[in-house]
Design a protein around this ligand. Structure first.
Ligand SMILES: *Cc1c(COP(=O)(O)O)cnc(C)c1O
Length: 388
C-alpha cells in the first residue's frame, strides 16, 4: 500500500515518542480482576468505582429491560425513541441530584458537547480549567464562544480572566467536579462565588464524583449546599460509578427545555436503549442505598495511600478512588505499566494528550470490589516495579 498521506510515518512518530496506544482484548466482565491474554489480572484502571458494572442485579434489570423494550430505541428522543423507561430514569436522576429536571444523553461526551453548544455561541465566553475532560474542552472549542483556559484550580487566574472578559453576552465557567486524571476536586464554593460576582453561570461535570462522594453518593454538588441557582448546569455520567452507560444534564425546567430544542448531540442522535435506562434505575438505587460500598472504597483509598507513602511514592492530593502516580516520561510510564502487568496488576499508562506533556502517569483506580489484600498486592507490585 502506498503511503501518500504519510499515515505510516505518523504512526512511526507516535511509536518513537512512546505515545502509540493499543487496545487489549478483555475476556471477562468488569470486576476487580480481568481475564486478559489468558491471565487473570487485578484490575486497577476501571472507572467502575462501586463495582456495579458486573453486578448480577443490574445485569438482571438489563435483561428484563431488553425483554420488555427490545434492544434498539429506534430513533432519537424527539422522534419516537423516548420511552417511559427513559422518562422514569430522568425523574429519578432529577430527584437524586436535587434538580427540577434531568435530561438523558447517549454519552457523557455528547452531554458536554450538547450542553455547552446549546448554551453558548459567538459573542459569549467560556472559562475552562486547564485539566478539564476532553469533552468539555472540545465542547468549548467548537461552540465559537471566546475560549479562556485558566490554570488548573487557580481561582486568581479565573478571576482575572472573568474581569477582563469585557462585554460578552453570556459567560460560563466550566469544570470537572472530581478531576478525571488527578482525582482532586474543584473548589466549588469559591468558584460559585466568583462566578456570581461576574454574572457567570457554572457548569460542573461530576462524572467521577457521582456515586462516590457525598451523602448517598450525591457527588461534589451536594443539593443541600449547591442549588440550581449556584450550579445551573450539572453533568453526570452513567458508565462510571453507576456501571451502565449514558449520561445526563440536570438543571432547571427551562435549561432542560432549551437543551431539548438546541443541543445538537441530543437532537441528532439515537436514544439510549431503554434496557440501559432500566438497568441504570436499578444501579442508581443500589448506589444510593449501599453505603458500605463508599465506606469500603474510602478504607481502600486510605490503605493504598498509607502503603504508597511508606514506599516513598509521591501521591497527588486526592481523596478519591483515582490515585495517580505521576511518572513524567511516557516510555518510563509504559515500562512501569508492563512491570505491574507481569506482577499481575493491570494499570494502564496514561500519556499525552490525555494528560499534559511531561505528566505521563499510572492512573491507579480502586473500586468497592477490591479487597484489602488486592491493594496489598498492588503495593508489593509497585515496590518491585519502582525499584527497576
Ligand atoms: C468519562 C468522562 C466523560 C465522558 O463520558 P462518556 O459517557 O464516557 O462519554 C465526560 N466527562 C468526564 C469528566 C469524564 O471522565
Amino acid at each position: 500500500m502506498s503511503d501518500s498521506w504519510g499515515i505510516r510515518g505518523w504512526l512511526d512518530e507516535l511509536r518513537r515518542r512512546d505515545l502509540y496506544r493499543q487496545r487489549r482484548v478483555v475476556e471477562s466482565p468488569q470486576s476487580a480482576a480481568l481475564e486478559v491474554g489468558g491471565r487473570s489480572l487485578l484490575n486497577f484502571c476501571s472507572n467502575d468505582y462501586l463495582g456495579l458494572a458486573g453486578d448480577p442485579r443490574v445485569a438482571e434489570a438489563f435483561a428484563a429491560g431488553a425483554r420488555e423494550w427490545g434492544t434498539g430505541s429506534g430513533a432519537s428522543h424527539l422522534i419516537c425513541g423516548h420511552t417511559r423507561a427513559h422518562h422514569e430514569l430522568e425523574e429519578a436522576l432529577a430527584a437524586f441530584t436535587g434538580r427540577p429536571r434531568a435530561l438523558l444523553f447517549s454519552t457523557g461526551y455528547a452531554a458536554n458537547m450538547g450542553a455547552i453548544n446549546g448554551l453558548l455561541t459567538a459573542g459569549d465566553a467560556v472559562f475552562e480549567d486547564r485539566l478539564n475532560h476532553a469533552s468539555l474542552l472540545d465542547g468549548g472549542w467548537i461552540s465559537r464562544a471566546r475560549f479562556e483556559w485558566f490554570e488548573h484550580a487557580d481561582l486568581a487566574d479565573l478571576a482575572k480572566r472573568l474581569s477582563e472578559s469585557g462585554d460578552c453576552r453570556r459567560r460560563m465557567v466550566v469544570s470537572d467536579g472530581t478531576f478525571s486524571m488527578d482525582g482532586d476536586r474543584c473548589a466549588l464554593r469559591e468558584t460559585v462565588a466568583l462566578a456570581r460576582e461576574h454574572d457567570a453561570w457554572v457548569m460542573i461535570d461530576d462524572a467521577h464524583g457521582l456515586g462516590v462522594h457525598g451523602s448517598r453518593g450525591c457527588g461534589l454538588v451536594d443539593p443541600a449546599h449547591f442549588g440550581t441557582d449556584e450550579v445551573p448546569v450539572l453533568v453526570g455520567t452513567l458508565g462510571k460509578a453507576f456501571g451502565t452507560f449514558g449520561a445526563f444534564v440536570a438543571g432547571s425546567e427551562e435549561l432542560v427545555e432549551l437543551l431539548i430544542q438546541k443541543a445538537r448531540s441530543y437532537v441528532f442522535t439515537t436514544a439510549l436503549p431503554s434496557a440501559v435506562a432500566v438497568a441504570t434505575l436499578a444501579s442508581l438505587r443500589i448506589a444510593m442505598d449501599e453505603e458500605w460500598r463508599r465506606e469500603r472504597l474510602a478504607e481502600l483509598v486510605d490503605r493504598f495511600r498509607t502503603g504508597a507513602v511508606s514506599l516513598g511514592l509521591e501521591l497527588l492530593d486526592s481523596s478519591s478512588p483515582i490515585q495517580p502516580l505521576v511518572v513524567g516520561d511516557p516510555g518510563r510510564t509504559v515500562a512501569l505499566s508492563r512491570a505491574l502487568e507481569e506482577a499481575g496488576c493491570l494499570v494502564t499508562a496514561i500519556r499525552p494528550p490525555t494528560v499534559p506533556e511531561g505528566t505521563s502517569r499510572l492512573r491507579i483506580t480502586l473500586t468497592a470490589g477490591h479487597s484489602p489484600a488486592d491493594v496489598d498486592r498492588l503495593l508489593d507490585a509497585l515496590a518491585s516495579a519502582t525499584r527497576l
